[in-house]
Design a binder for this molecule. Structure first.
Ligand SMILES: [Zn+2]
Ligand SMILES: [Zn+2]
Length: 343
Protein backbone atom coordinates (compact mmCIF):
# COMPACT_ATOMS: atom_id res chain seq x y z
CA UNK A 1 0.00 0.00 0.00
CA UNK A 2 1.01 3.64 -0.37
CA UNK A 3 1.98 5.68 2.68
CA UNK A 4 3.68 8.90 3.77
CA UNK A 5 6.74 7.83 5.74
CA UNK A 6 9.20 9.80 7.83
CA UNK A 7 12.19 7.69 6.87
CA UNK A 8 14.96 9.29 8.97
CA UNK A 9 15.44 12.02 11.51
CA UNK A 10 16.22 15.51 10.26
CA UNK A 11 14.86 18.03 7.80
CA UNK A 12 12.23 16.64 5.38
CA UNK A 13 13.13 12.90 5.06
CA UNK A 14 9.47 12.33 4.23
CA UNK A 15 8.59 10.02 1.36
CA UNK A 16 5.48 8.87 -0.47
CA UNK A 17 6.28 5.20 -0.84
CA UNK A 18 5.12 1.58 -0.95
CA UNK A 19 5.00 -0.20 2.38
CA UNK A 20 3.65 -3.53 3.65
CA UNK A 21 -0.03 -3.58 4.45
CA UNK A 22 -0.47 -4.12 8.22
CA UNK A 23 -1.92 -7.44 9.43
CA UNK A 24 -4.44 -7.67 12.26
CA UNK A 25 -3.68 -9.56 15.46
CA UNK A 26 -4.95 -9.64 19.04
CA UNK A 27 -7.00 -6.59 19.90
CA UNK A 28 -6.08 -4.68 16.74
CA UNK A 29 -8.63 -3.14 14.40
CA UNK A 30 -7.55 -2.61 10.80
CA UNK A 31 -9.02 0.61 9.46
CA UNK A 32 -9.29 1.59 5.81
CA UNK A 33 -8.57 5.29 6.07
CA UNK A 34 -11.17 7.64 4.56
CA UNK A 35 -9.83 11.07 5.62
CA UNK A 36 -6.72 12.18 7.47
CA UNK A 37 -5.95 15.67 8.75
CA UNK A 38 -2.62 17.41 8.31
CA UNK A 39 -1.60 19.13 11.52
CA UNK A 40 0.84 21.77 12.76
CA UNK A 41 2.82 18.92 14.24
CA UNK A 42 3.43 17.60 10.72
CA UNK A 43 5.14 20.89 9.94
CA UNK A 44 7.53 20.30 12.86
CA UNK A 45 8.04 16.73 11.66
CA UNK A 46 8.93 18.08 8.23
CA UNK A 47 11.38 20.58 9.72
CA UNK A 48 12.84 17.80 11.85
CA UNK A 49 12.45 19.65 15.16
CA UNK A 50 9.88 17.31 16.71
CA UNK A 51 11.87 14.99 18.94
CA UNK A 52 9.11 12.48 19.68
CA UNK A 53 9.19 11.01 16.18
CA UNK A 54 10.72 7.57 15.92
CA UNK A 55 11.48 6.99 12.22
CA UNK A 56 10.93 5.08 10.10
CA UNK A 57 7.25 5.67 10.83
CA UNK A 58 4.09 6.32 8.82
CA UNK A 59 2.84 9.78 9.78
CA UNK A 60 -0.75 10.84 10.42
CA UNK A 61 -2.46 11.09 13.80
CA UNK A 62 -5.85 12.51 12.82
CA UNK A 63 -8.00 10.19 10.74
CA UNK A 64 -11.28 8.40 10.21
CA UNK A 65 -12.21 5.36 8.17
CA UNK A 66 -14.05 2.10 7.82
CA UNK A 67 -13.21 -1.14 9.64
CA UNK A 68 -11.62 -3.53 7.14
CA UNK A 69 -10.70 -6.42 9.44
CA UNK A 70 -10.59 -7.16 13.16
CA UNK A 71 -8.18 -9.19 15.30
CA UNK A 72 -9.44 -12.29 17.17
CA UNK A 73 -9.80 -10.44 20.50
CA UNK A 74 -11.82 -7.51 19.15
CA UNK A 75 -15.34 -7.46 20.59
CA UNK A 76 -17.11 -4.23 19.74
CA UNK A 77 -16.26 -3.57 16.10
CA UNK A 78 -17.10 -5.32 12.86
CA UNK A 79 -16.14 -4.93 9.22
CA UNK A 80 -17.85 -1.88 7.69
CA UNK A 81 -18.19 0.18 10.89
CA UNK A 82 -17.39 3.89 10.56
CA UNK A 83 -14.68 4.71 13.07
CA UNK A 84 -12.05 7.15 14.23
CA UNK A 85 -9.21 6.44 16.61
CA UNK A 86 -7.32 7.92 19.47
CA UNK A 87 -3.62 8.09 18.78
CA UNK A 88 -2.70 5.98 21.80
CA UNK A 89 -1.29 2.71 20.44
CA UNK A 90 0.56 1.43 23.46
CA UNK A 91 0.86 2.43 27.12
CA UNK A 92 2.57 0.84 30.13
CA UNK A 93 -0.85 0.11 31.62
CA UNK A 94 0.53 0.17 35.16
CA UNK A 95 1.54 3.75 36.02
CA UNK A 96 -0.59 6.09 38.10
CA UNK A 97 -1.76 7.88 34.96
CA UNK A 98 -2.66 4.76 32.99
CA UNK A 99 -4.80 3.59 35.91
CA UNK A 100 -6.82 6.80 35.59
CA UNK A 101 -6.90 6.55 31.80
CA UNK A 102 -4.77 9.68 31.59
CA UNK A 103 -2.89 8.01 28.77
CA UNK A 104 -1.71 11.42 27.55
CA UNK A 105 0.54 11.53 30.62
CA UNK A 106 2.02 8.00 30.50
CA UNK A 107 5.79 8.14 30.04
CA UNK A 108 5.79 4.93 28.01
CA UNK A 109 2.98 5.83 25.66
CA UNK A 110 3.43 5.15 21.96
CA UNK A 111 1.31 7.22 19.62
CA UNK A 112 0.07 6.54 16.11
CA UNK A 113 1.88 8.70 13.60
CA UNK A 114 4.83 9.41 15.90
CA UNK A 115 6.18 6.17 17.40
CA UNK A 116 3.77 3.72 15.73
CA UNK A 117 2.52 3.72 12.13
CA UNK A 118 -0.23 6.29 11.60
CA UNK A 119 -3.04 7.21 9.26
CA UNK A 120 -1.30 8.68 6.21
CA UNK A 121 -1.70 5.29 4.53
CA UNK A 122 -4.43 3.22 2.97
CA UNK A 123 -4.68 1.14 6.15
CA UNK A 124 -3.83 1.73 9.79
CA UNK A 125 -3.93 -0.59 12.80
CA UNK A 126 -5.25 0.63 16.12
CA UNK A 127 -5.94 -1.10 19.43
CA UNK A 128 -9.63 -1.67 20.13
CA UNK A 129 -9.58 0.47 23.27
CA UNK A 130 -8.56 3.50 21.19
CA UNK A 131 -11.14 3.05 18.43
CA UNK A 132 -14.48 4.90 18.54
CA UNK A 133 -17.64 4.46 16.52
CA UNK A 134 -18.57 7.51 14.45
CA UNK A 135 -22.24 8.42 15.04
CA UNK A 136 -24.50 7.87 11.98
CA UNK A 137 -25.18 11.57 11.49
CA UNK A 138 -21.49 12.58 11.59
CA UNK A 139 -19.49 12.61 8.35
CA UNK A 140 -16.19 10.76 8.11
CA UNK A 141 -14.68 14.09 7.05
CA UNK A 142 -15.66 15.72 10.35
CA UNK A 143 -14.74 12.58 12.27
CA UNK A 144 -11.17 12.82 10.92
CA UNK A 145 -10.81 15.94 13.07
CA UNK A 146 -11.93 14.28 16.31
CA UNK A 147 -8.32 14.29 17.56
CA UNK A 148 -7.77 18.07 17.44
CA UNK A 149 -11.35 18.60 18.65
CA UNK A 150 -10.66 16.29 21.61
CA UNK A 151 -7.58 18.38 22.50
CA UNK A 152 -9.87 21.43 22.72
CA UNK A 153 -12.54 19.56 24.66
CA UNK A 154 -9.87 18.38 27.11
CA UNK A 155 -8.60 21.93 27.65
CA UNK A 156 -11.97 23.64 27.89
CA UNK A 157 -14.34 21.08 29.38
CA UNK A 158 -12.07 18.79 31.37
CA UNK A 159 -9.17 20.89 32.64
CA UNK A 160 -11.61 23.69 33.45
CA UNK A 161 -15.33 24.31 33.02
CA UNK A 162 -17.15 26.85 30.91
CA UNK A 163 -20.78 27.90 31.05
CA UNK A 164 -22.93 30.36 29.17
CA UNK A 165 -21.96 32.93 31.79
CA UNK A 166 -18.38 32.93 30.53
CA UNK A 167 -16.71 35.33 28.18
CA UNK A 168 -13.89 33.54 26.40
CA UNK A 169 -10.95 35.08 24.57
CA UNK A 170 -9.10 32.70 22.25
CA UNK A 171 -5.61 33.61 21.06
CA UNK A 172 -4.73 32.27 17.61
CA UNK A 173 -7.21 31.29 14.88
CA UNK A 174 -5.60 28.06 13.62
CA UNK A 175 -7.21 24.63 13.84
CA UNK A 176 -7.03 24.55 17.62
CA UNK A 177 -8.26 28.12 18.07
CA UNK A 178 -11.22 27.62 15.74
CA UNK A 179 -12.20 24.28 17.28
CA UNK A 180 -11.87 25.78 20.79
CA UNK A 181 -14.18 28.55 19.60
CA UNK A 182 -16.71 25.93 18.45
CA UNK A 183 -16.55 24.18 21.83
CA UNK A 184 -16.98 27.45 23.75
CA UNK A 185 -19.89 28.45 21.50
CA UNK A 186 -21.44 25.00 22.02
CA UNK A 187 -21.82 25.69 25.74
CA UNK A 188 -23.29 29.11 25.04
CA UNK A 189 -20.33 31.25 26.09
CA UNK A 190 -19.53 34.61 24.54
CA UNK A 191 -16.48 34.10 22.33
CA UNK A 192 -13.79 36.41 20.97
CA UNK A 193 -10.85 35.25 18.89
CA UNK A 194 -7.67 37.03 17.86
CA UNK A 195 -5.55 36.87 14.73
CA UNK A 196 -3.40 39.02 12.48
CA UNK A 197 -3.96 40.39 8.97
CA UNK A 198 -2.49 37.25 7.42
CA UNK A 199 -5.19 35.24 9.21
CA UNK A 200 -8.05 36.89 7.30
CA UNK A 201 -9.39 33.59 5.94
CA UNK A 202 -9.31 32.10 9.44
CA UNK A 203 -11.01 35.06 11.08
CA UNK A 204 -13.69 34.99 8.38
CA UNK A 205 -14.38 31.35 9.18
CA UNK A 206 -14.55 32.24 12.89
CA UNK A 207 -17.18 34.86 12.12
CA UNK A 208 -19.16 32.43 10.01
CA UNK A 209 -19.09 29.94 12.87
CA UNK A 210 -20.72 32.57 15.07
CA UNK A 211 -17.99 34.00 17.27
CA UNK A 212 -19.11 37.27 18.80
CA UNK A 213 -15.97 39.14 17.82
CA UNK A 214 -13.01 38.28 15.58
CA UNK A 215 -10.21 40.71 16.39
CA UNK A 216 -7.32 41.60 14.09
CA UNK A 217 -4.68 42.65 16.61
CA UNK A 218 -2.65 44.41 13.91
CA UNK A 219 -5.41 46.84 13.01
CA UNK A 220 -7.40 46.99 16.23
CA UNK A 221 -6.53 47.69 19.85
CA UNK A 222 -7.07 44.37 21.61
CA UNK A 223 -7.40 45.90 25.06
CA UNK A 224 -10.03 48.36 23.92
CA UNK A 225 -12.10 45.80 22.03
CA UNK A 226 -11.99 43.30 24.90
CA UNK A 227 -12.84 45.97 27.44
CA UNK A 228 -15.82 47.09 25.38
CA UNK A 229 -16.99 43.50 24.81
CA UNK A 230 -16.76 42.58 28.51
CA UNK A 231 -18.07 45.80 30.10
CA UNK A 232 -14.47 46.59 31.21
CA UNK A 233 -14.18 43.41 33.34
CA UNK A 234 -12.14 41.35 30.89
CA UNK A 235 -12.85 37.79 29.77
CA UNK A 236 -13.38 35.15 32.44
CA UNK A 237 -11.31 32.69 30.43
CA UNK A 238 -8.44 33.02 27.99
CA UNK A 239 -7.40 30.07 25.85
CA UNK A 240 -3.97 30.38 24.28
CA UNK A 241 -3.63 28.48 21.04
CA UNK A 242 -0.79 30.65 19.74
CA UNK A 243 2.20 29.51 21.81
CA UNK A 244 3.39 33.11 21.52
CA UNK A 245 4.61 34.39 24.89
CA UNK A 246 4.00 38.15 24.37
CA UNK A 247 0.35 37.34 23.59
CA UNK A 248 0.06 35.15 26.69
CA UNK A 249 1.56 37.88 28.87
CA UNK A 250 -0.86 40.41 27.43
CA UNK A 251 -3.70 37.99 28.19
CA UNK A 252 -2.57 37.62 31.82
CA UNK A 253 -3.27 41.33 32.22
CA UNK A 254 -6.49 41.25 30.17
CA UNK A 255 -8.22 38.32 31.79
CA UNK A 256 -10.64 39.08 34.61
CA UNK A 257 -9.19 39.03 38.12
CA UNK A 258 -9.63 35.46 39.46
CA UNK A 259 -9.95 34.40 35.82
CA UNK A 260 -8.43 31.40 34.10
CA UNK A 261 -5.85 31.03 31.32
CA UNK A 262 -5.69 27.66 29.59
CA UNK A 263 -2.44 26.93 27.76
CA UNK A 264 -2.94 24.67 24.74
CA UNK A 265 -0.53 26.25 22.25
CA UNK A 266 3.01 24.85 22.38
CA UNK A 267 5.98 27.20 22.69
CA UNK A 268 8.99 26.82 20.46
CA UNK A 269 11.24 27.30 23.51
CA UNK A 270 10.94 25.35 26.74
CA UNK A 271 11.63 28.36 28.93
CA UNK A 272 9.95 31.70 28.39
CA UNK A 273 9.66 34.95 30.29
CA UNK A 274 6.23 34.86 31.85
CA UNK A 275 4.57 37.65 33.81
CA UNK A 276 4.14 35.70 37.05
CA UNK A 277 3.41 38.92 38.88
CA UNK A 278 0.15 39.20 36.96
CA UNK A 279 -0.76 35.66 38.03
CA UNK A 280 -0.18 36.51 41.69
CA UNK A 281 -1.57 40.03 41.84
CA UNK A 282 -4.71 39.18 39.90
CA UNK A 283 -5.18 35.65 41.29
CA UNK A 284 -5.15 34.01 37.89
CA UNK A 285 -5.44 30.26 37.49
CA UNK A 286 -2.99 29.16 34.76
CA UNK A 287 -3.73 25.67 33.43
CA UNK A 288 -1.66 23.46 31.12
CA UNK A 289 -3.54 21.12 28.81
CA UNK A 290 -1.74 18.35 26.98
CA UNK A 291 -3.46 16.64 24.03
CA UNK A 292 -6.45 14.49 25.02
CA UNK A 293 -7.56 11.29 26.73
CA UNK A 294 -10.38 8.73 26.23
CA UNK A 295 -13.04 10.80 28.01
CA UNK A 296 -12.28 13.78 25.75
CA UNK A 297 -13.04 11.61 22.71
CA UNK A 298 -16.42 10.50 24.09
CA UNK A 299 -17.34 14.11 24.78
CA UNK A 300 -16.16 15.26 21.34
CA UNK A 301 -18.16 12.61 19.49
CA UNK A 302 -21.20 13.50 21.60
CA UNK A 303 -20.86 17.20 20.67
CA UNK A 304 -20.62 16.26 16.98
CA UNK A 305 -23.58 13.89 17.22
CA UNK A 306 -25.70 16.60 18.81
CA UNK A 307 -24.71 18.98 16.02
CA UNK A 308 -23.17 21.41 18.52
CA UNK A 309 -19.81 21.47 16.76
CA UNK A 310 -18.97 20.96 13.12
CA UNK A 311 -15.24 20.40 12.47
CA UNK A 312 -15.86 20.22 8.72
CA UNK A 313 -16.45 23.98 8.78
CA UNK A 314 -12.73 24.67 9.14
CA UNK A 315 -11.53 22.45 6.27
CA UNK A 316 -10.35 24.60 3.38
CA UNK A 317 -8.26 22.14 1.38
CA UNK A 318 -8.70 18.52 0.32
CA UNK A 319 -5.78 16.72 -1.30
CA UNK A 320 -4.70 13.25 -2.34
CA UNK A 321 -2.15 11.25 -0.38
CA UNK A 322 0.49 11.58 -3.09
CA UNK A 323 0.25 15.39 -2.88
CA UNK A 324 1.03 15.47 0.85
CA UNK A 325 4.10 17.69 0.56
CA UNK A 326 2.35 20.17 -1.69
CA UNK A 327 -0.50 20.37 0.83
CA UNK A 328 1.93 20.76 3.71
CA UNK A 329 3.73 23.56 1.87
CA UNK A 330 0.51 25.53 1.42
CA UNK A 331 -0.27 24.98 5.08
CA UNK A 332 3.19 26.30 6.03
CA UNK A 333 2.66 29.36 3.86
CA UNK A 334 -0.50 30.01 5.86
CA UNK A 335 -2.82 29.90 2.85
CA UNK A 336 -5.04 27.21 4.28
CA UNK A 337 -6.78 26.64 7.59
CA UNK A 338 -7.21 22.88 7.75
CA UNK A 339 -6.13 20.42 5.09
CA UNK A 340 -7.40 16.88 4.89
CA UNK A 341 -6.20 14.02 2.75
CA UNK A 342 -9.06 12.26 1.03
CA UNK A 343 -8.50 8.59 0.20
ZN1 LIG B 1 -2.76 17.10 15.25
ZN1 LIG C 1 1.46 4.34 31.89
Amino acid sequence: MKAIVKTKEGYDQIEYMDVEEPQTYGDKVKIKVAYAGICGLDIHTFKGDYASNKPPVILGHEFSGVVAEVGPDVKNFKVGDHVTSETTFETCGTCLYCKQKDYNLCDHRKGLGTQADGGFAEYVLSREESVHHVPDNVSLKSAALTEPLACCVHGLLEKTTITEEDTVLILGPGTMGLLCAQVALAVGAKVMITGITKDKKRLDIAEKMGVHRAINVETENLEEVVSEQTKTLGPTLVVDCSGYMPAVNQALRLVQKKGTVVQIGMFSEHENLMDQDAIIQREITYIGSRTQKPSSWDLSLKLMKEGKVNPEAIITQEIELKDFKEGLKRLMEGDEVKTVIKF
